[in-house]
Write a protein that binds this ligand. Structure first.
Ligand code: ADP
Ligand code: MG
Length: 704
């Protein structure tokens, strides 16, 4: 069926909809989020159909989408090759067959012999005569529309005709008064600027002379106007969130409170580290320190490629906080990751006399009570854990800094909970979020405009680049040989199997089988298995053996995806690499190459029953083999998949851009960024109206 063939509107739909249908349609409108008049006005067409012209069959070519007016000369139900309605029509220049596989008595009635009908569909060369399959049709007569007919995205129970009417009346009722001051519209990336009302009316009801192409590729000035509006709303709301935050108070963490003449904890930790900070680590530490000294809550994202050394930067920030006499909390998305941070921090901080409390959901009641008591009394200056850290029972004595690792793994609701729980006596804690998935520049400037960003753009010295090989599953034996070699050198190996939710049990079988066959192939080597169905205690036991170097090979589903740090591991094998996303592969690869030994990553692919790898999978694996640079990977990932994936949790809350496309609308983004602060300062009232119009109730999410 051609994409533009729509189900014929039954004639009944042209009369006033019955009450029952109306309420069903009303519910469908709400389901689409079309509640306010302005929502209807901003529900823009997906595409347009050209019903303005009637063509003669003799002038139309096969493959054309045409509208004809013709007389029915024959109508039959035939049964071969299957039951179908075949209607022959003649427009005086030629004949054509209309074919319907699904049809109702009402079709037959309208298309009875002698009837004059208006038919719209794709013309194809048929067996005997030319034909249209499932065209739309109605009785001829009535005026031709003067303009292109908009087609809207809709849901079941909401016919286009009804939706179109609702949108038009919503548009005429909505308050579309200008919110962007005229002066701001003088200098824009587009020459011709339309007013908002003008632009919307045009898009819902374009004039006959418009070029369909400029509407479809969104270059028409009316589209430009909407992109501008939308990007401005996004910038304004983020700027507003930022300012609201700036008006809040946080403890200024200014140097040691009670350590007397001794070195600060910060200096002591630096002293004890077995390495020197890289210049990039020092720079971001200083940026964070500047924020912490202010009595305004920090809202900073620390991004750095896998292995760039974010943990120590976090620890140093914690020292600044504890030096000033305040508590710090560090939260990680998984228990394994949280525990790893805990161990590392305890090893660093215990000798400095700092007590670190551990909090997680799986903890024994007694241990948990002790942790809670130490946190409440302030005996524990640092708290490390999973999201258990933000549960109701947890009461801090004086929390001033919250650090969230792999922030995109946390939901919006969790982050909101964090903020509200940690606000004590009107003072907010400082917030440091960390991520190993660098955010491409355009995204940082749009979706994350309310964040300050620090970037570690350098890896610690002495790392040899990881060599990545893309290898067919058929050469598994060679890979096992390679593993033997690494083990003989005293190194350790990860073997990762995919775990995809829909087929979780099959994948578990797969991981278990891999574990068995590797155990057989490597006698005398401890091969471990880690998967998501194991209890936390089991996982910990396995991870512990690997971390301590007792286990040679760790077979795992993707639970090791983020954060684990075992510098002695030098080989990463990813099975069914074609099933992983690009940034996921990059994260996995980042588990090796953490020590001085030369490391490698083997991406095993399997084409299964297919003769070749799919296009997307191939470009992902190619990108992996070509570069180790996380920013480059992120850029390509954005190209392949679009922005949704990067936004993680933010995606579910913050409205995604509907009209603007960051890949082509960089100019408009720059315009909106320039304008937003001026508008908020000089035209505050208009700015608020603009935000409300575009974001309705959704602006709340931006505070997370
Ligand atoms: P990530 O940024 O991925 O969280 P980690 O903080 O886990 O990275 O650091 C990766 C490894 O590099 C750790 O073993 C850490 O101790 C080490 N490391 C961090 N900073 C340096 C440095 N400046 N010099 C040498 N090694 C470092
Ligand atoms: Mg990390």
């Amino acid at each position: 069926m051609p994409p533009n063939a729509k189900k014929a509107t039954p004639p009944a739909a042209k009369t006033a909809p019955a009450a029952a249908e109306k309420s069903q349609a009303q519910r469908a409108l709400e389901k689409l989020g079309l509640k306010r008049d302005i929502d209807l006005a901003l529900h823009l067409p997906l595409r347009y159909e050209d019903e303005t012209r009637i063509v003669m069959l003799k002038d139309a070519r096969d493959g054309d989408l045409v509208q004809i007016e013709a007389t029915v000369t024959d109508s039959q139900v035939s049964f071969r090759p299957r039951r179908q309605l075949r209607v022959t029509v003649d427009d005086g220049s030629d004949t054509c067959t209309l074919r319907f596989i699904n049809f109702y008595p009402s079709h037959q009635k309208t298309l009875s012999v002698g009837a004059r009908v208006r038919v719209r569909g794709e013309l194809r060369g048929g067996f005997v005569s030319r034909e249209m399959v499932h065209p739309s049709f109605k009785l001829a007569g009535g005026e031709l529309p003067g303009a292109l007919t908009p087609v809207y995205s809709t849901v079941a129970g909401l016919p286009q005709a009804y939706l179109r009417k609702a949108v038009l009346s919503g548009t005429s009722r909505a308050d579309l008064s200008e919110t962007i001051p005229g002066a701001f519209l003088q200098k824009t990336p587009s020459q011709a600027m339309l007013g908002l009302r003008e632009a919307l009316q045009f898009l819902h009801n374009p004039t006959p002379d418009v070029s369909l192409a400029t509407l479809e590729d969104h270059t028409h000035p009316a589209w430009q106007r909407l992109k501008a509006e939308e990007l401005l709303a996004q910038q304004l709301s983020q700027l507003q969130a930022k300012r609201i935050r700036a008006a809040m108070r946080a403890p200024a963490l200014n140097g040691p409170a009670m350590r007397g003449p001794q070195c600060t904890l910060y200096e002591q930790l630096l002293e004890r580290l077995p390495f020197r900070l890289t210049a990039a680590q020092q720079r971001v530490s200083d940026e964070i320190e500047q924020d912490l000294k202010k009595n305004v809550p920090m809202h900073r994202l620390l991004q750095g490629d896998v292995g760039s050394g974010k943990t120590v930067v976090a620890a140093l920030a914690a020292m600044r906080c504890i030096d000033a006499g305040w508590q710090c909390a560090l939260m990680a998305p998984t228990e394994i990751l949280a525990e790893q941070h805990f161990r590392k921090l305890v090893a660093w901080l215990e000798p400095l006399g700092i007590k670190t409390a551990w909090l997680t959901g799986s903890q024994k009641a007694k241990e948990r009570r002790e942790s809670l008591a130490a946190i409440a009394s302030g005996e524990a200056m640092l708290v490390v854990g999973t999201h258990a850290v933000i549960q109701d029972k947890v009461v801090f004595k004086n929390l001033a800094l919250a650090i969230i690792d792999e922030q995109h793994r946390f939901g919006v609701a969790q982050r909101l909970a964090l903020r509200s729980k940690m606000t004590v006596g009107g003072e907010e804690p400082h917030l440091l979020m960390m991520t190993a998935t660098p955010i491409p520049r355009t995204l940082a400037m749009s979706y994350y405009a309310d964040l300050d960003v620090s970037t570690i753009d350098e890896l610690p010295p002495g790392r040899t680049p990881i060599v990545t090989k893309v290898v067919s599953d058929a050469r598994r034996d060679e890979v096992i040989e390679r593993i033997r070699h690494q083990l003989a050198e005293g190194r350790q190996v990860y073997w990762v199997c995919p775990l995809i939710e829909e087929s979780e049990s099959i994948d578990l079988v797969n991981a278990t089988e891999t574990h068995d066959s590797l155990s057989k192939a490597l006698p005398g080597v401890l091969v471990g298995l880690l998967h998501s169905r194991m209890s936390v205690a089991e996982k910990k036991a396995v991870m512990g053996l690997f971390t301590d170097g007792l286990m040679g090979v760790l077979v795992s589903t993707t639970v090791i995806e983020v954060g684990v740090d075992v510098p002695n591991a030098s080989l990463m094998v990813v099975e069914h690499a074609e099933r992983f996303g690009l940034s996921q592969l990059h994260q996995l690869r980042g588990r090796v190459g953490r020590g001085a030994a030369a490391s490698a990553c083997v991406l095993l692919y399997s084409t299964g029953d297919a003769p070749r790898l799919g296009e997307m999978a191939r470009s992902r694996l190619k990108a992996m083999a070509e570069t180790n640079d996380g920013f480059e990977i992120a850029r390509r990932d954005l190209e392949i998949r679009g922005p949704g994936e990067f936004l993680g949790a933010r995606q579910s809350g913050a409205p995604l851009l509907r009209f603007a496309d960051l890949a082509v609308d960089g100019d408009w983004l720059a315009w909106a960024r320039e304008l937003a602060p001026r508008m908020l300062d000089q035209h505050t009232e208009l700015a608020h109206r603009h935000i409300a119009r575009w974001l309705g109730g959704k602006a709340d999410f931006l505070k997370a």
